[in-house]
Design a protein around this ligand. Sequence first.
Ligand SMILES: [Zn+2]
Ligand SMILES: [Zn+2]
Length: 402
Amino acid sequence: MRVELCKRCLRRLQFQREELERELRKLLLKAEVREVKEEECVYCCGLFKRLPEVAGEIANKLKEYEVRSIQTGCVLRGSLGEVERFFLELKESRSDEDSRKWSIKHEINDVLTKHLTELLNVRDARREKLGDATVTLDAETLDYEVRITPVYIYGRYVKRVRNIPQTRWICSACNGRGCQICGFSGKKYPTSVEELIGQPCVEIMRARDAVLHGAGREDVDARMLGNGRPFILEVRDPKVRSVDLGELERTVNESAGGKVRVRFLGFAEPRHVSLLKTSKFRKKYRAVVEFEREVGEDELRRALKELSYKVIEQFTPERVEHRRANILRRRRTYELELLLHRGKKAVITVEADSGLYIKELVSGDKGRTKPSLSEILNSPARVVRLDVICVLGGLEDFESMP
Ligand SMILES: [Zn+2]
Ligand SMILES: [Zn+2]
């Protein structure tokens, strides 16, 4: 049997020819090891000679993107993977050193990274958390995949008008294709907080798309006031990354025409999205409530006091039941206060844990929410207008935020 390896692969494996022959003989393989040109090598098959060209192609693709650091990776499949496994096992059986240093994968990454960092004049991000771009090479076919890391921007938004959903709401009749019901827009609502914030960012950063991740969401017909709701905007495939957030903020606020206002607080990382999604921020609401009968002010104050600092049990509200499973949730209320009262109407504030359904806290939702204002007053009551007036806390309270 002949084992033909190139100088590069022998050097990487730290084997002399004779030494390798001896090792193979131990495995009962009578082999003659020959040093050949890279193109004829059973291990690398000359792929290193083709890497500069591949790197050139990748660099060309990346040229139009603002990329400051790059991460590379490669996958070994097919016969290349088999050969690598064979040699690494052979090396490992002789030594307790980390086998990665003999790996062709390691060398491919090194060489590709070197080419790319030079061609593009960017940093090697392999030791960082995440580069601006990630290149994955298939070492067998030399096909590659280039992924531009999204830019994440953390901020808070205020929504000053009703009937704007937080994110794009696809028309359910046509599934976004456009029909008579949605006026051929494909959307149930003409715009959303996501679009009002995202669109100017997409334009300025020359991105493909922008997705808004909110710390919870208010009802479509509720305003979001006060200090605003924390969110992270994920700007996908941006060609421009280093933007002045103050300037971006002004542009967004101008183009939103007063419907939505943002405060951009800083650049975030992908892990902050899940942190934002799982953090429970307490909220304060203001609700205009209407009662079926006239209620006395003392009676109302007593009822609000009784509802304060309580654990509320809520089955999934009837109005969202078609979208979510019917589960029982328990959420705590804090202070409920009376701001205004006249006959059958009152304005109240409610402070509560994230996730408490306020409309149902008032109406009782036909007994699905307990206790409720309706139940305590023994008279049907409903919310006619609802605003979130404060979201307590945000990612800026976490130490890990920039
Ligand atoms: Zn080789
Ligand atoms: Zn439609």
